[in-house]
Write a protein that binds this ligand. Structure first.
Ligand code: ZN
Length: 97
């Protein structure tokens, strides 16, 4: 069972959404040629069971009190590789998507 949920606009899949086991937030990589509100988009291998997205996904959340939360990950063949600069407990770990 895939944890990816397609995001459709006018019958076109523009992005895939998943809840991140690292930071607990949702990430939604937009699929080329579609772009997210800041102009980013990703290559997707088309395999919903063993997805690969590239390049990496980085999410940075700044809280009002000045704390910064970073989630940086690569998704390859259905595995999430959390990079070391992530600020949560799964930094440096690999888990199933
Ligand atoms: Zn995350």
């Amino acid at each position: 069972m895939s944890n990816l949920t397609p995001v459709e606009v006018d019958g076109q899949i523009i992005a895939y959404y998943f809840e991140c086991p690292g930071c607990g937030l949702a990430h939604a990589p937009y699929i080329k040629p579609y772009q997210n509100p800041v102009g980013a988009s990703w290559y997707f291998n088309g395999d919903i069971e063993k997805p690969t997205f590239s390049p990496s996904i980085i999410s940075k959340v700044e809280y009002t009190e000045g704390k910064v939360s970073i989630c940086h990950l690569c998704i390859t063949s259905g595995k999430i590789h959390f990079l070391e600069d992530s600020t949560h407990l799964l930094a440096g770990k690999v888990v199933d998507l």
